[in-house]
Ligand binder design. Sequence first.
Ligand SMILES: [Mn+2]
Length: 132
Amino acid sequence: MWYLMMFKRILAVGDIHGMYDKLIKLMELVEFNPVEDLLIFLGDYIDRGRQSLECLDYVMELHKKYPEQVIPLLGNHEVMCLNYYEYEGKSFGSRIDDFDRNMISIWLDNGGVDTFRQFKNLKKSELQKRLR
Ligand SMILES: [Mn+2]
């Protein structure tokens, strides 16, 4: 509690879902001030909208710039995405069972297709950087 009292405002942003333009507009509107605000992102940066990558990078860059004032949480869509890449990698060369197959399809079935398309154009190292 004492920690929260250091901040003048606590801003919580949820479910950006690839809507980059709206994210930028919102950030302009709230005029986040790292000197006195705490900004918590509640997860779900990706999927459904068309600019998942831009949203993810924006949030992670802001966190890197202000690690104490910008807290990005993991949403269920990020978890589905991470599971996808974990199980996709695992399935190469080994037997793929129904559980694996389910973990792979669950992200794509939940709005991950456009995100997957954006991620596909990244170099492997660039993708790995974002999955950490
Ligand atoms: Mn959501």
